[in-house]
Structures are given as C-alpha cells and as structure tokens.
Design a binder for this molecule. Structure first.
Ligand SMILES: Nc1ncnc2c1ncn2[C@@H]1O[C@H](COP(=O)(O)OP(=O)(O)OP(=O)(O)O)[C@@H](O)[C@H]1O
Length: 211
C-alpha cells in the first residue's frame, strides 16, 4: 500500500524535438529510480514534467494513495519536492530569509540548519554561496515539509564527500519512511535503486511524432 506513481505511454517534446517516446514505468513506496542517459537526452525534462512544470506531448502520469487516485493538482502541488540542478534561490535574499521563505511556501517550519551546516551562512546573500552551499540550502526544503516523491536533478553533483553522505542518508531515510525518489544522475547513488536509462527516440519515432 502507500503511494505509487504510474507513467504510461509518456512522450515528451521540446519545441519540435521529440525527446522521449512511449516511456512506461511504475514506482511504489520505498522505491528509488536512478535516471541515466547522455547529456541532452531529456532527464531534466522528464523530472520537470513529472513535477507538473511541463505538459506531456502524449501519455499519462498518475499517482495513487492506497490505490485511490490523487488529483494532479494535489499530487503536484503538495506531494512532490523538486530540486533542480540550478538551485532556485533568490540571489538577494540571505540564507536565513531564503529558509523562511521556503518554509512559509511549503507550509512547514524552517529545518535543517544545523544538519546541513548552514549556521555560518545564515546572514550571507545566496548570490555569494558556492555551488555546494547552494545545494545544501536547497536540500533544507526536503526537511521542511513531508512530501511523497522527491524529484532530484543531479543531487550529489556539487556536494563534497561528507555532504554526499549526509544527503544519501536523508534519501535513504525518506525511502525507509515510505517515500519515493527519482534522481537524474551520471554516477551511481551510494545505495540500491532501480535503473531507468533514457534512450533517444529512433528517426521513425521522431518522424511519426512530427505529424
Ligand atoms: N526549443 C527547443 N527545440 C528543440 N530542442 C530543444 C529545445 N529546447 C531544448 N531542447 C533540447 O531538449 C533537450 C533537453 O534536455 P534535458 O536538459 O532534459 O537533458 P538532460 O538529460 O537533463 O541533460 P544533461 O545530462 O546535460 O543535464 C536538449 O537536448 C536540448 O537541446
């Protein structure tokens, strides 16, 4: 039981470019998928579509709780954390202000300051943060509100060894609590996941989608 995600016949386009053709998979509570594929194949596009930021060209994305369908507005609006590889931070807000903004937006409480070693950075505007510090700040969102599905775009990429271990622990705790994760990666995650490798559509599939 718990939550589940079903992706059926999903095709995605960017402009006239068919990126993904007829993708099918399901994901259940406690499961993680590592999303692989060459640069530009569509990993970020898929994550953004699953988050509801982009509309599919074809196919369906549906979510269930104990086999009962969850309305897309509720699923996308309140049950998903999306962490893009460009951390969406306001450059002129301080780290403390950014944390407060996201806690309010998520309807939760500020969390993760000590765990993610953000205390020395609280008064710094986010524009001055290093890539890894930005990612740590973004990760605090994961702790501010409990959400079923974490969509993570290259989550480990800018993190140092210790913070990779920390995020890995957070991800595993999320799975152990019945959550789900889909993470676009180029290197394996340090725990067992399912693998989904995106391949470019064939010329025939691209041609069929262009009419
Ligand atoms: N308007 C457009 N018309 C045609 N192609 C586009 C358009 N906008 C984006 N693209 C293409 O769509 C793809 C988007 O790729 P996306 O960012 O999802 O890939 P990715 O698998 O996450 O790549 P990376 O591993 O480099 O992060 C790219 O190949 C890009 O060139």
């Amino acid at each position: 039981m718990g939550v589940s995600l079903r992706v059926e016949g999903l095709s995605l386009k960017k402009g006239y470019n068919l990126l993904i053709h007829n993708l099918n998979f399901t994901l259940k509570s406690g499961e993680a998928i590592s999303l692989y594929g060459e640069n530009g194949v569509g990993k970020t596009t898929l994550l953004r579509t699953l988050a509801g930021f982009l509309t599919p060209f074809a196919g369906a994305i549906s979510a269930y709780e104990n086999d009962v369908h969850i309305e897309p507005e509720i699923w996308q609006g309140r049950r998903i954390h999306f962490l893009g590889h460009h951390d969406a931070l306001s450059p002129s807000r301080t780290v403390a202000q950014e944390l407060k903004f996201h806690a309010d937006y998520l309807g939760g409480a500020v969390a993760g300051i000590e765990m993610l070693n953000l205390t020395p950075l609280l008064d710094l505007e986010t524009r001055y943060l290093s890539a890894g510090q930005k990612r740590r700040l973004s990760c605090a969102k994961l702790l501010m509100a409990k959400r079923s599905l974490w969509l993570l775009d290259e989550p480990m990429a800018p993190l140092d060894v210790d913070h990779r271990a920390l995020l890995s622990g957070l991800m595993q705790a999320h799975l152990a609590a019945g959550g789900m994760i889909i993470a676009a990666v180029h290197d394996p995650l340090p725990f067992a996941t399912r693998i989904l490798k995106l391949e470019r559509p064939t010329a025939k599939e691209r041609e069929a989608a262009s009419v």
